[in-house]
Design a protein around this ligand. Structure first.
Ligand code: ADP
Ligand code: ZN
Length: 286
């Protein structure tokens, strides 16, 4: 089976060809400009590939309710031009094949459970800390959907007493994404994260917010593995800081060996690296 995979992001659309074992043989990156321009390039890439099915993990919010008239749409995104865009419908115009569709982070959680850091587990979280913060969740073998889909990057966290940064989420101000995504780090400290490697205070504060969120996810969903990726997590010193704080916040209450003794194996980087999204899109077809 030839599976086409699309990781539709706000900065770039990564397209690839793979098989049902998650092996990716070809990939291209297409800049996200206008829907017309971007989709034309996506269609051109897949044109002669004879895919049997397409899997699409998309930035959101997206409509995942198959009975809805706007199923497959990107809905209330603040990203110019993409508001209420019929992504699946547009792809269907070009390719008469089954299309699996979910959020980018749900797809990545699925990919990691099939072939990555959560291989063999029926429960995991995939969190990305990049331009935004998004979290996908696999629970009892299923990706979580509900009214729409969870938006765990936008939860409220307790503010650090020394942090006076307003927060920059266009919807909520100082939600987690507003305080801790890459652009918030840049606004608060006046430099991009990449240039703040030698400022421990930056990463302690970052870990303070990320750990609160992860502790909340652990308390609500009890994931068997927490995978954290995205550009900001290229600062590998964040992992031990986050693990320590999560443990501290949970205070010995959650009686699991994973949390009490094996935190290094519990909160981990993506096993599939930068391929988590594409592999996940393949997983949506499976
Ligand atoms: P996206 O979220 O758009 O898919 P990324 O996951 O690469 O893209 O996230 C981009 C964000 O991550 C930017 O805000 C950038 O400043 C930040 N970032 C990228 N690399 C690093 C790094 N090495 N250290 C800290 N922050 C980084
Ligand atoms: Zn928000």
């Amino acid at each position: 089976m030839i599976i086409g995979a699309i990781e539709a992001g706000g900065t770039k659309f990564v397209c690839g060809i793979g098989n049902e074992d998650g092996v990716i043989t070809e990939r291209v990156s297409i800049p996200t400009t206008t829907p017309e321009e971007t989709l034309a390039e996506v269609a051109a890439f897949f044109k002669d590939k004879q895919v049997d099915a397409l899997g699409v993990g998309s930035f959101g919010p997206v409509d995942l309710d198959e009975s809805s008239s706007t199923y497959g749409f990107i809905t209330s995104t603040p990203k110019p031009h993409w508001n209420n865009f019929d992504l699946v419908g547009e792809l269907k115009k070009h390719f008469d094949v089954p299309i699996g569709f979910d959020t980018d982070v749900n797809a990545a959680a699925l990919g990691e459970s099939l072939w990555g850091a959560a291989k063999g587990l029926d429960s995991c979280l995939y969190m990305t800390v990049g331009t935004g913060i998004g979290v996908g969740a696999l629970v009892e073998g299923k990706l979580i959907h509900g009214l729409t889909h969870p938006e765990m990057g936008h939860i409220m966290v307790r503010r650090h007493e020394e942090d006076s940064f307003d927060g920059r989420c266009p919807f909520h101000g100082d939600c987690l994404e507003g305080l801790a995504a890459g652009p918030a780090i840049e606004d608060r400290w006046g430099k991009k994260g990449q240039e703040l490697v030698d400022s421990p205070k930056v990463w302690e504060l970052e870990a303070y917010y990320l750990a609160q969120a992860i502790a909340n996810y652990v308390l609500i969903l009890s994931p068997k593995k927490v995978i954290v990726g995205g550009g900001v997590m290229k600062q590998a010193q964040l992992y031990p800081l986050v693990r320590e704080k999560v443990k501290e916040i949970l205070g010995g209450y959650v009686q699991s060996e994973q949390i009490l003794e094996k935190m290094d194996e519990y909160i981990v980087p993506p096993g599939l690296g930068d391929n988590a999204g594409l592999a996940g899109a393949i997983g949506l077809v499976k």
